[in-house]
Design a protein around this ligand. Sequence first.
Ligand SMILES: NC(=O)c1ccc[n+]([C@@H]2O[C@H](COP(=O)([O-])OP(=O)(O)OC[C@H]3O[C@@H](n4cnc5c(N)ncnc54)[C@H](OP(=O)(O)O)[C@@H]3O)[C@@H](O)[C@H]2O)c1
Length: 419
Amino acid sequence: MSKLLIIGCGGVASVAIQKCCQNSDVFSELCIASRTKSKCDAMKAKLEGKTRTKITTAQVDANDEQALKSLMNRYGPKTVLNVALPYQDLTIMDACLACGVNYVDTANYEPENTDDPAWRAIYEKRCKELGFTAYFDYSWQWAYRKKYEEAGLTALLGSGFDPGVTSVFSAYAQKHYFDQIDTIDILDCNGGDNGCAFATNFNPEINLREVSANGSYWENGRWIETKPMEIKREYDFPQVGQKDMYLLHHEEIESLAKNIPGIKRIRFFMTFGQSYLTHMKCLEDVGMLSTSPVEFEGREIVPIQFLKTLLPDPASLGPRTKGKTNIGCLFSGTKDGKKRTIYLYNVCDHQACYRELGSQAVSYTTGVPAMIGTALVTSGVWNKKGVHNLEEFDPDPFMEMLNRYGLPWTVEESPETVG
Ligand SMILES: NC(=O)c1ccc[n+]([C@@H]2O[C@H](COP(=O)([O-])OP(=O)(O)OC[C@H]3O[C@@H](n4cnc5c(N)ncnc54)[C@H](OP(=O)(O)O)[C@@H]3O)[C@@H](O)[C@H]2O)c1
């Protein structure tokens, strides 16, 4: 019986909150706090009378550490689930540390302003030393490991689907299917159609920053960087069909490279239709994806933030998105001296998610594991102190909860592989 503070009330949060309310034995009390309190109040009203979890709401600016600390001290949560934006990861981690609260998130830290000279100096050094140029990486949050250990707290990083479930799938494959995993290909396929000319299915700013950047993958102990969308493959996804997919940099590659012993190669592929790529290229070419402020009619605006105000809110795509997602990991390696390949995956139906919770499948596939990771930390089933990624824990309780809370998984032996 514990109090949980959820920060953020967007697409992913709305699923995580509703799933926490299906798990009232762990989450007896829940405070939903975000920048726009009316969204938190609307979510509370939607759940009233349908759950045993006692819900309260609050307004908070998660960039303001003092405000976070005073909210945590007032409310007294055991755990904070951060489903705001990656920009706020560090302020929320600092506040959790100061208040003796466990921390869970779904995306690793990246700065809002990539022109900030202090951040840029560290970033450029990291690009040179590590060999990939993504704006996000785990070094900022891993730096808190000792402090969390000493405080007797757990910070669980990246408890969404990818990262998150893909990390747990890797630990599960390692535990039950392989003596040695040689390669992992993470495949993220959204076979859904929302009928919009152009829309992203999670926060547009974070999404477009990620997919328009250079790709990279891990091979033989080092990063290999590629141009955006340079590597394209086709894959026949179970229950979805044949799709084009492109190699991207993705955050779980960084942690899996450290945590899966002897791994030789890890790649991440995401499916995109040609129309999406053409729109994105055009927006990029005219400067609309830029994160640097420009002057417009006497005030500064950030192009990508302005673009976000024009694009459909991902949380509103639920009713119009049809089709399925298929996200999973293709593992190859050896077991008992024999070569083995498996595809471990989940298929999620957009309309089924909408009927259950009013959300599309991308919010659903992120919000369910956010609840599961938070439940395992809060109930002490996962009780390693310090700052950890999901593959560092016993995968079995998480895998069991995926089946119970709406994301059942399948193991296919000898699947199609990716060249
Ligand atoms: N691991 C995965 O598989 C995965 C997949 C998808 C997304 N994600 C991550 O999930 C997170 C949420 O994504 P989403 O699509 O739900 O985004 P979203 O719909 O834009 O929601 C973000 C929420 O955070 C709130 N927020 C933003 N800045 C804030 C601040 N300074 N203080 C307090 N609240 C603030 C927003 O408030 P307003 O309502 O006022 O705007 C909104 O409620 C992101 O970090 C994203 O990267 C992870």
